[in-house]
Ligand binder design. Structure first.
Ligand code: COA
Ligand code: AMP
Length: 629
């Protein structure tokens, strides 16, 4: 079936469509109904079924005779190590860790925070939770203790599974002080922590800590616990408009069905083939495409601990693809930009035979045409941009190359996948004409695998996603759909920015900056950056009477954002300004500042009286290399 027929099949009868896709999953009790309308815009999928994620990702492949197939390849150019785990070994490891957790009282529905770098044990921990129906919440290692503490208080984990350290090129990131600091800050305390000691930086264990290996000694492995189709598989926190992250909930049944569907239809891989997503387990791409989708589909997945450049050079991606026979490769545009900047002629690429590779998939941020074209030229395979979000867990708009490869229009992630009725609406909720800019929304219900709500925050879910356009899910992106139904994502409509493929909240940074004693008022905006897509820039108004050196204050501000949010915020630049540009009603004109910084044309907003401040900001931006005169 081609794309159009598949999409029409879905549109004609969404429930029949998803029940059909559900046949590819092993159920303990198969779903009789697909969709459950809970009212008020809330929906659930496969709620009447019983299933286990770990069975589908691990045990069923062993049962089907694939036990000797490699499930996980760990490749760490930072430590210079490589290792492989077969499905058989994975089952053994996961069921032992699950057994140890169960022995210590971790049971169905208990939350478990996982704070680990790119090691295979991170996947083992996720799958062990899934095996016993515990709900994991993986926290990215680039966040500071404070961010971890916020997540501890929100999801109140019974246990935290962490490693002693993560590794950044040239820098060991000691996790234990961050973990201990977070537990100190948080009101909720986990009962205990399981610590994986890494030789690069081992740590002292406290009374409430247990060593990963000792914890599992002599433990009886446990079997998979069947859970309801609407049981939360995990909570993943993502940035919203305010400092408090949103706990995106993922239900078990829909997650399995949707992810499994994508592996063939979007990523073009057959069970047994190697699929690689170069991301981090702390992000949604890592959840969906390093861990769950490839394993559920019976592929081999790669856990890569390194960077696209400098570990050791700009050929590292190509080396991994050749060495491990990667068929489909997924990364963020920023990673390709980093390689392109380092090796513009693609000389490193020609040292490797990439005959195995079918396509490169880009997502997580806007893919600029230069980067797509460069990658196409040096790789000689199609480059597919695709657009999705933490909330959806899989592609909203993409090129369904495994079904039917559609023509690529550079700049567009292509067309909506089955499950998504994507529309563009104006401020009043009316459809706009093809080619006109508007809010990108999705008609409810969202498909299986997408968020049913936010953790312990149904109201926030409604307010964030359902209220602006009744009957639709608001994506937070603005875009255009052309006559052929191709979507173009233009910008976010909220205070979320995307830095090196990492989703960050400018509101969260503003909250931290406002805590500096000399800062009276501030704004953070995302300005264009040739490598990272966007980087945050702070505008700081000082408290009257402060007459300290501005550079000193700026560097303190940079430090507090790094200390409280984490290095991943990449907050390195701030300007001290007299006052913030505001409308008469007091709204900060963030997008005007961005346009000035990025040298874009803009109309002076009619609602601003104080035009002089725009000129001042332009001058100040010029001093740090933005806003050409
Ligand atoms: N743990 C601790 N620190 C981390 C971290 C982690 N897991 N990940 C990033 N950081 C740190 C970096 O070391 C850096 O610190 P520094 O300020 O001391 O240099 C800071 O956070 C900013 O990181 P980043 O924005 O990633 O910049 P970078 O210069 O280290 O690397 C790229 C730039 C483009 C190579 C890198 O961002 C990259 O590979 N991006 C791909 C992103 C991705 O996979 N996104 C997932 C969505 S698909
Ligand atoms: P995240 O939840 O971290 O995956 O970030 C989701 C957001 O990143 C989206 O809402 C978009 O703003 C942006 N994004 C992701 N993929 C793309 C893409 N292919 N093109 C443009 N923007 C993207």
């Amino acid at each position: 079936m081609g794309y159009r027929a598949e999409y029409d099949f879905w549109k004609a009868d969404p429930e029949a469509y998803w029940l059909k896709q559900a046949e590819a999953i092993d159920w303990v009790e198969a779903p009789k109904h697909a969709l459950f309308d809970r009212g008020n815009g809330f929906y659930e999928w496969f709620a009447d079924a019983k299933v286990n994620t770990c069975w589908n990702a691990v045990d069923r492949h062993v049962a089907a005779g694939r036990g000797d197939q490699v499930a996980i390849i760990h490749d760490s150019p930072i430590t210079g190590t490589k290792s492989k785990i077969t499905y058989f070994e994975l089952k053994d490891e996961v069921s032992k860790l699950a057994g140890a957790l169960a022995m210590r009282g971790v049971t169905l529905g208990d939350r478990v925070i996982i704070y680990m770098p790119m090691v295979s044990e991170a996947l083992i921990a996720m799958l062990a939770c899934a095996r016993i129906g515990a709900v994991h919440s993986v926290v990215f290692g680039g966040f500071a203790a404070n961010e971890l503490a916020v997540r501890i208080d929100d999801c109140t984990p019974k246990v935290i599974i962490a490693a002693s350290c993560g590794l950044e090129p040239g820098r060991v990131v000691a996790y234990k002080p961050l973990l201990d600091g977070a537990i100190e800050i948080a009101e909720h305390s986990p009962e205990f922590c399981v610590i994986l000691q890494r030789e690069q930086c081992s740590c002292d264990l406290k009374k409430t800590d247990v060593d990963w290996h000792a914890f599992q000694l002599g433990i009886k492995p446990v079997d998979c616990v069947p859970v309801a189709g609407n049981h939360p598989a995990y909570i993943l926190y993502t940035s919203g408009t305010t400092g408090a992250p949103k706990g995106v909930v993922r239900h078990t049944g829909g997650h399995l069905v949707a992810l499994n569907w994508t592996m063939k239809n979007i990523y073009q891989v057959e069970p047994g083939e190697v699929f690689w997503a170069a991301s981090d387990v702390g992000w949604v791409v890592g959840h969906s495409y390093i861990c769950y989708a490839p394993l559920v589909h019976g592929n081999t997945t790669i856990v890569f601990e390194g960077k696209p450049i400098g570990t050791p050079d700009a050929g590292t991606f190509w080396r991994v693809i050749e060495e491990h026979d990667v068929k489909s490769f997924f990364t963020a545009p920023t990673a390709i930009r980093a390689v392109k900047r380092e090796d513009p002629k693609g000389l490193e690429r020609h040292k490797y035979n990439l005959g195995c590779l079918r396509a490169l998939y880009l997502a997580g941020e806007r893919a600029d045409p230069d980067t797509i074209e460069w990658a196409q030229n040096i790789l000689g395979v199609p480059v597919f941009d695709h657009w999705w979000q933490t909330e959806t867990g899989f592609t909203i708009v993409g090129n369904p190359a495994g079904l039917e490869e559609l023509p690529v229009k550079i700049g567009s992630p292509t067309v909506p996948m089955p499950g998504y009725d994507v529309q563009i609406l104006d401020d009043l909720g009316r459809p706009v004409a093809p080619g006109e800019l508007g809010a990108v929304v999705i008609k409810l219900p969202l498909p299986p695998g997408t968020l049913p709500t936010l953790w312990n925050a149904d109201d926030r879910f409604r307010k964030s996603y359902l209220e602006a356009f009744p009957g639709y899910y608001e994506t937070g992106d603005a875009g255009i759909m052309d006559e052929d139904g191709y979507l173009y994502i233009m910008a976010r409509t909220d205070d979320v920015i995307n830095v090196a493929g990492h989703r960050l909240s400018t509101g969260a940074m503003e909250e931290v900056l406002a805590g500096h004693p000399d800062v009276a008022e501030c704004a953070v905006v995302g300005v264009s950056d040739p490598l990272k897509g966007q980087v945050p820039l702070g505008l700081l108004c000082l408290t009257s009477g402060v007459n300290r050196q501005h550079p000193e204050i700026v560097s303190e501000c940079v430090k507090i954002v790094r200390d409280q949010i984490g290095p991943v915020a990449a907050f390195k630049q701030a300007l001290v300004v007299d006052r913030l540009p505001k409308t008469r009603s007091g709204k900060i004109l963030r997008s005007t500042v961005v346009k000035i910084a990025d040298n874009q044309d803009f109309k002076v907003p009619a609602t601003i009286d104080d035009l002089a401040i725009l000129d001042e900001i332009k001058l100040a931006l010029q001093t740090i290399g933005y806003a050409k005169g």
